[in-house]
Design a binder for this molecule. Structure first.
Ligand SMILES: Nc1ncnc2c1ncn2[C@@H]1O[C@H](COP(=O)(O)OP(=O)(O)OP(=O)(O)O)[C@@H](O)[C@H]1O
Length: 443
C-alpha cells in the first residue's frame, strides 16, 4: 500500500538436504547473473539531518537488508557539512563501487550529487563554468535512504519516504534517470538544482528562515507567515526556451509515473544540450513583469505536506523544467494560489499564474547588474505591509534565489536542464491499477 515495499519470507520445502542445496545454489547463481544489482556500495550517513535518526535508521532498517542480500558496504558517517561532497570530489576510490547511498535529506542528497558530478567533470576535463558544455554522466547510481526533514526528492521519485522501500529499490538494482538543472551567473557555475529554484516568495521565506535558525523547524512556518504578510513583488525579465509543444504540458493530468521517463521514452533529450547557451536565441520568449514568485520545478516537488507538489505534472527526466510565474496579485489571491499546493485544485488555474515547460531560462532583475548576496544582506526584508496599490518602492527591491534550500549569491542567473544527468536506485512512482483507471477516465 501507498508505494511501500516490504520484505517477505518465502519457505521452500524440499524432500532432502541435497535438493535443498541444489535449489540454494541455483537461486544464488541466478541472482549473480543480475548485473543491475549492486554488490558493493559506498554509504554516506548524515547523523544530524531531520530528527537526527540517520545512523539509527541505517543500522536498524537498512544494513540488515543489505547483509541479507549480500551487498557489501563502506560506510562514512559525515562529521561536518560538505564532508561527503569533498570526499567524493577528491578522495573516494569510485572504481571500487557499484553505487552510492545517501542517508539523509534533500540537502545531503544535493551534496552527494554535487560531489559526484563535479568529480565526473574533472575526470573528463569538462569545464563546469562553461554554460554550453555537455556534461559527462556519472556511471554510479545513487540511492536515497530518507532521513531528513522534508525528503522531497525521495518522495517524488519513489512515492513514499520509507527507508525499507528505498533499501529494497537499491537491492533489486532499479534505475531511474533524473534531470539536473545547472545554474550559472555569466560564465561562472553557481550550483545544480535538483528540485526547486525559487525567486520572490520562496527565496524570501528561505532567507528569513536562515536568520531564525535558533527556532528550529518552526522557523519555516514563521518565515512563511511573515513573508506572506510582507506581500512583496519583484520586477524582472524572464527569458526562456520552451520545450516542444507536442511532448507534454505542465497542465496535462499525466503525472510522471514509473517507466515514463526512461531514455527510450523521452524525445527532447540531449539535442538541447548541444545548442550553445547564449549564441542562438531562436525560439526564445521574453516576459517582463512584476512577480510575486518565479519558480522552476525540475520535478513535481511532492512531499507529505504537498502530496501533488508544486508542479504535479513535472517529469523526472524529460529534459525540461516547469517555470511557474506568479504575477503581482492581491494578498487574498496569492493565498488562494498557495492553498492549492496542499489540495487537489489546479494551482495554475488563476489569471495571475502562468506556467511554461522549458529547456533553458534566464532571469534578469530590474536594475541589477551587480546585486550580490552581500548587497542583499544589507537589506531588511521586513518591509512595511502596503494595503492595495502603493507608491512605495516595494516593487523595485530584490529578492534572492533559493536553490534546493540554499541561497544563491547572484540574482541574474542562467539555467539549463541537463537531461538525465544522474541515475537513482529507484523506478519512479508506481501506479496502482485503480489510479491508472482514474487517470484514463479523467483524460
Ligand atoms: N555531520 C554533519 N554536521 C553538520 N552538517 C552536516 C553534517 N553532515 C551533513 N551536513 C549538512 O546538513 C545539511 C542538512 O542535511 P539533510 O538534508 O540531511 O537534512 P535536513 O535539512 O533536515 O532535510 P531536508 O533537506 O530534506 O529538509 C546538508 O546540507 C549537509 O551539508
Amino acid at each position: 500500500g501507498k508505494h511501500q515495499w516490504r520484505c517477505s519470507d518465502v519457505v521452500f520445502l524440499c524432500p532432502d538436504q541435497s535438493t535443498c542445496e541444489q535449489w540454494v545454489k541455483a537461486i544464488s547463481n541466478q541472482i549473480t547473473l543480475l548485473t543491475n544489482r549492486p554488490k558493493r556500495l559506498l554509504v554516506y550517513i548524515n547523523p544530524i539531518g531531520g530528527k537526527k535518526q540517520g545512523k539509527w535508521i541505517y543500522d536498524q532498517k537498512v544494513a540488515p537488508l543489505f547483509h541479507k542480500a549480500c551487498v557489501s558496504t563502506d560506510v562514512i558517517v559525515t562529521e561536518r557539512a560538505n564532508h561527503a561532497k569533498e570526499h567524493l570530489q577528491t578522495e573516494a576510490d569510485l572504481d571500487k563501487y557499484d553505487g552510492l547511498v545517501c542517508v539523509g535529506g534533500d540537502g545531503m542528497f544535493s551534496e552527494i550529487v554535487h560531489g559526484l558530478v563535479t568529480r565526473t567533470q574533472n575526470d573528463n576535463k569538462v569545464d563546469l563554468n562553461d554554460p554550453g558544455a555537455e556534461l559527462a554522466r556519472p556511471s554510479l547510481r545513487i540511492g536515497i535512504i530518507p532521513a531528513g526533514s522534508t525528503d522531497c526528492i525521495c518522495f517524488s521519485t519513489v512515492g513514499t519516504n520509507d527507508p525499507v522501500t528505498s533499501a529494497l529499490h537499491i537491492i533489486v538494482g532499479d534505475s531511474q534517470p533524473m534531470d539536473v538543472c545547472s545554474v550559472h551567473h555569466n560564465n561562472s557555475f553557481l550550483r545544480f538544482s535538483l528540485s526547486l529554484l525559487g525567486y520572490g516568495f520562496y527565496g524570501d521565506v528561505l532567507s528569513d528562515s536562515e536568520r531564525k535558525r535558533w527556532l528550529g523547524p518552526a522557523r519555516y512556518d514563521l518565515a512563511g507567515v511573515k513573508t506572506f504578510l510582507n506581500h512583496n513583488y519583484y520586477e524582472g525579465t524572464v527569458s526562456f526556451l520552451p520545450a516542444e509543444d507536442d511532448v507534454s504540458s505542465p497542465r496535462d493530468k499525466l503525472q510522471c509515473r514509473s517507466g515514463m521517463c526512461l531514455p527510450e521514452n523521452t524525445k527532447q533529450l540531449t539535442s538541447t544540450l548541444l545548442m550553445p547557451f547564449s549564441d542562438r536565441r531562436d525560439g526564445w520568449k521574453v516576459i517582463n513583469g512584476k512577480f510575486m514568485a518565479v519558480n522552476a520545478a525540475c520535478m513535481s516537488c511532492a512531499c507529505p505536506r504537498s502530496p501533488k507538489g508544486l508542479s504535479p505534472a513535472a517529469h523526472l527526466a524529460d529534459g525540461t523544467v516547469d517555470l511557474i510565474l506568479v504575477r503581482k496579485c492581491s494578498r487574498i489571491d496569492f493565498f488562494r494560489h498557495l492553498l492549492r499546493h496542499t489540495n487537489k485544485d489546479d494551482q495554475f488555474d488563476h489569471v495571475f499564474v502562468e506556467v511554461h515547460r522549458v529547456k533553458k531560462f534566464d532571469f534578469q532583475p530590474r536594475n541589477s547588474e551587480t546585486v550580490s548576496l552581500e548587497d542583499l544582506s544589507e537589506k531588511s526584508t521586513f518591509t512595511p505591509v502596503c494595503p492595495g496599490p502603493c507608491t512605495c518602492n516595494c516593487g523595485s527591491a530584490h529578492s534572492s534565489w533559493t536553490c534546493d534550500g540554499e541561497i544563491l549569491p547572484h540574482i541574474a542567473i542562467q539555467v539549463s536542464v541537463q537531461c538525465q544527468l544522474v541515475h537513482l536506485f529507484a523506478r519512479g512512482i508506481e501506479e496502482t491499477q485503480e489510479q491508472q483507471q482514474f487517470v484514463f477516465e479523467d483524460l
